[in-house]
Design a protein around this ligand. Structure first.
Ligand SMILES: O=C(CO)[C@H](O)[C@H](O)COP(=O)(O)O
Ligand SMILES: [Fe+2]
Length: 226
């Protein structure tokens, strides 16, 4: 039996003219967290929204806010994102030459600390910090855009990470982000994920509430080949 995922719909795929409506939908749905994708046009080739939007969403959102920082020099901004209402702040391994210090900085703010890895970054590179982490975000697309195709190799990375964590008795949650939907969610959970981020598969669907419900009841889903 596949376990029920924690589900974090991504606001990136919502209608930006009606963000309030999207936030309410998440609060009223079976989703667990709201995922917020912050992009700076430097670390990734796209710009999304910054802390002013995160702050406004934080004022109305009742559920935990999961902030994914796709930015360079995140250490300059994490204090502001914590004040804006982030419950988890995830920085990219590739953007942090002083990763250990960055993780401690986030934890000292009283916020859960996550580290994201790009598709080409080996999971073994996280071993020295794995016990300090609340969350590991495994990117299953190249970061910067919603609506991309899930990279199949991610399944091996999830399995490897689960093994490393087991060997070290690490307690971080494994979050998978990019190209996740009803067609592959069960397979991703089976590989060892705990949290699924879903952007276009939720907000791009005809009935986002119903899609969230289906993703949450994964035990009933067939395991499709991805
Ligand atoms: O971090 C991200 C992109 O860099 C997004 O969270 C992710 O792509 C979600 O969108 P979708 O589910 O449409 O792939
Ligand atoms: Fe994301």
């Amino acid at each position: 039996m596949i376990k029920e995922p924690l589900l974090a719909p991504s606001l990136l795929a919502a209608d930006f003219l009606h963000l309030n409506k999207a936030v309410k939908l998440i609060d009223e749905s079976e989703a667990d967290w709201l995922h917020m994708d912050v992009m700076d046009g430097r670390f990734v080739p796209n710009i999304s929204f910054g802390m002013m939007v995160v702050e406004q969403v934080g004022k109305v959102l009742e559920k935990p806010m999961d902030v994914h920082l796709m930015i360079e020099e995140p250490e300059k901004y994490v204090t502001q994102f914590a004040k804006a209402g982030a419950d988890t702040i995830t920085v990219h391994y590739e953007a942090c030459p002083h990763l250990h210090r960055n993780i401690q900085q986030i934890k000292d703010l009283g916020v859960k600390a996550g580290v994201a890895i790009n598709p080409h970054t080996p999971v073994a590179l996280l071993e020295p910090v794995i016990e300090d982490l609340d969350l590991v975000l495994v990117m299953s697309v190249n970061p910067g855009f919603g609506g991309q195709k899930f990279i199949f190799e991610t399944l091996y990375k999830i399995r490897q990470l689960r093994q490393i964590m087991q060997d070290r008795n690490a307690k971080a949650l494994i979050e998978v982000d990019g190209g996740v939907g009803l067609q592959n969610a069960a397979k991703i959970m089976e590989a060892g994920a705990d949290v699924l981020v879903a952007g276009s598969s939720v907000f791009g669907s005809e009935d986002p509430m119903e899609t969230i419900k289906k993703l949450k009841s994964l035990g009933n889903l067939p395991v499709y080949e991805v």
